[in-house]
Design a protein around this ligand. Sequence first.
Ligand code: FAQ
Length: 314
Amino acid sequence: MLSNEELEKEFQAKIDAEIKIEPKDWMPEAYRKTLIRQISQHAHSEVVGMLPEGNWITRAPSLRSKVILLAKVQDEAGHGLYLYSAAETLGVDREDLIEELHTGKAKYSSIFNYPTLTWADIGAIGWLVDGAAIANQVMLCRTSYGPYARAMVRICKEESFHQRQGYEIMLKMAKGTPEQKQMAQDALNRWWWPSLMMFGPPDDKSIHSAQSLKWKIKRQTNDELRQEFIDKTVKQAEYLGLTIPDPHLKWNEERQHYDFGPINWEEFYQVINGNGPCNRQRLKARIKAHEEGAWVREAAIAYAEKKQAKKTAA
Ligand code: FAQ
């Protein structure tokens, strides 16, 4: 029998050789825990992420925009389900993960604790929030854990559609009346900095990055991804004729990247510790939806049990 040390060596060799880790393979306990933490936080983010946009389904300005927004919000629910399933392959129970969300023990993305005040916010979420989510998730299609990597492939395809949906709204408003352009600019002003915070703390403050990079759970650091997102998005803002609310934003010829101003990390930590503008409202809405959906879960279990009993009797 191999010792723990030998098993860990074999495990790391597999990771280094780009062989995916599958649910029944041996893995270090800390790898399993890191994945459960990240995948469940990711699942919670998708599910809580439905709330700010769901707020606008009844107020979408046209039938077309309503249908598109409905489809997008339903996609987010689907992403949550794939991700809870991926987490369950690591030996945890979905009910326990949801309980952790509802009691405030588990985190979800900081971005969903900001309010959606106007229709332009729906554009800004698609453009910036989905844009940032894609930047982060493209790397996760190559993450070392098989079920997570496979879930991310489909999720990324759908997020690309969401990003286009948001950009289209921004384009329409930015090229519309002066009032519409002002709404688009206001939404950009409010969503820009929180979108940059989505990538997580700076590399020198990121607790998990070094180990997650070694295990190839993450492929790029928080700061690398943030920079990539900024470089790509500045040009998109220019095309819209909108101004990114950062007086320090400037192309750096030497670095071949944009320099940008300081991020308010104090605000970030306040938000992830439960004190953002909408944290309480979001959790309250999630718990209410979960309680109101109890009959659906009970009916599904009763149906499965009835089917099983029929099979056993036959
Ligand atoms: N919000 O050491 P690191 C979406 C926490 S999906 C809240 O750098 P790590 C789709 C972190 O958990 C968006 N907490 O951590 C959509 C850790 O706390 P812990 C979600 C954050 O894991 C679009 C601590 O800070 N995407 O948007 C945040 O190596 C539109 C230290 O941080 C994912 O979840 C944050 N922004 O890197 C839906 C992607 N950042 O656990 C609807 C998967 C950090 O020790 C509408 N996740 N923290 O208590 C990841 O890639 C990583 O987990 C990071 C953080 C990059 C988020």
